[in-house]
Design a binder for this molecule. Structure first.
Ligand SMILES: C[S@@+](CC[C@H](N)C(=O)[O-])C[C@H]1O[C@@H](n2cnc3c(N)ncnc32)[C@H](O)[C@@H]1O
Length: 234
C-alpha cells in the first residue's frame, strides 16, 4: 500500500505574490496536488490568483492537479458541515494515494480561514504541516506605516460586530474589523460616537493592484476590506 501523503496548509498572504514566504513558494514549486477553495463556480479564487505566477513557472504545470472545491459564503451550520466534510474526504483520497496536497488560503492559515475546517477533520489521520502567511490586517497596518499595538496595548480582531461592541470599544486599544462588508452604518456610527480619541482607516484590496486607503469607514465595501480603529488615549 502506498505511504500516505502529507497535507500542507499554506497561508498565501494578503495579495501580492512577493509576500509569499520562501517556504510556501518552495512547496508550491513541487507539490503534486493543490486545493484552492473558492466561494462560487464562476469566481476566481483570490488565493489561487496570488500563487498562479509560481505554479505557472513549473515545468510540470500541465500535470499539476488543481482542485477547486466550492466553499460558499453561507451561514447554515449543517450545510457548512456537509461541505467541509466532503472537502476533507476529497483531500483524504489524494493523501491515501500517496500524494502530498497543498491547501492554499488567503492571508494566514489561522485567521478565519477555510483551511482550519479541513485541518481539524484530518489531523488525527494524516501528517499535516501548516505554513503561516502574512495576515491581511498586519499588511493593512504596513500600508499605513503605523504600528497596530505597542507596549501593553490590546488588539481585538472582530469578524462581525455583535452585542459585545460596547465592551470591545471600552477595553481595546486597537480594533481590526475584518469582513467589513458585514458592518451596518448604525454600528459604524456607534464606533465613531465612542468618546475616545481615535484614528479610523479602511484598506481595500491591500497589497493588490487596486489597493485603496480610505480615511474612516468605507462606503463601498468590496470583500477584501478591513477597517482599523486605533484609539489614541493620552
Ligand atoms: C475569510 S477572512 C480571511 C482572513 C485571512 N485568513 C487573513 O489572515 O487575513 C476574509 C477577510 O480578510 C480581510 N482581508 C483579506 N485580504 C485582504 C486584503 N488584501 N485587503 C484588505 N482586507 C483583506 C477582509 O476583511 C476579508 O473580508
Amino acid at each position: 500500500m502506498a505511504e500516505k501523503g502529507k497535507l500542507i496548509g499554506i497561508g498565501v498572504g494578503p495579495g501580492d505574490t512577493e509576500l509569499l514566504t520562501l517556504k510556501a513558494a518552495k512547496v508550491l514549486k513541487t507539490v503534486p496536488v493543490v486545493f484552492s477553495p473558492k466561494s462560487a463556480k464562476e469566481k476566481e479564487s483570490i488565493a489561487l490568483s496570488i500563487v498562479r505566477p509560481i505554479l505557472e513557472e513549473r515545468k510540470d504545470y500541465k500535470r499539476l492537479m488543481l482542485v477547486e472545491p466550492i466553499f460558499p459564503m453561507i451561514e447554515d451550520k449543517d450545510e457548512l458541515e456537509k461541505i467541509w466534510n466532503s472537502a476533507a474526504e476529497m483531500i483524504a483520497q489524494y493523501l491515501d494515494s500517496g500524494r502530498d496536497v497543498a491547501f492554499i488560503t488567503l492571508g494566514d492559515t489561522s485567521v478565519f480561514s477555510t483551511y482550519s475546517y479541513v485541518q481539524k477533520r484530518l489531523i488525527d489521520r494524516y501528517e499535516i504541516e501548516t505554513i503561516p502567511g502574512i495576515t491581511s490586517f498586519t499588511a493593512c497596518a504596513a500600508a499605513r506605516n503605523k504600528a497596530l499595538v505597542e507596549q501593553n496595548q490590546i488588539l481585538t480582531v472582530v469578524p462581525k460586530i455583535d452585542d459585545r461592541l460596547e465592551q470591545i470599544l471600552e477595553y481595546s486599544d486597537s480594533i481590526v474589523l475584518m469582513k467589513a462588508s458585514r458592518n451596518t452604518s448604525d454600528l459604524e456610527a456607534k464606533i465613531e460616537e465612542k468618546d475616545r480619541k481615535k484614528e479610523i482607516y479602511s484598506v481595500q484590496n491591500c497589497t493588490r493592484e487596486n489597493e485603496k486607503m480610505i480615511e474612516g469607514f468605507s462606503n463601498e465595501k468590496p470583500y477584501l476590506t478591513t477597517t482599523i480603529i486605533k484609539f489614541e488615549d493620552d
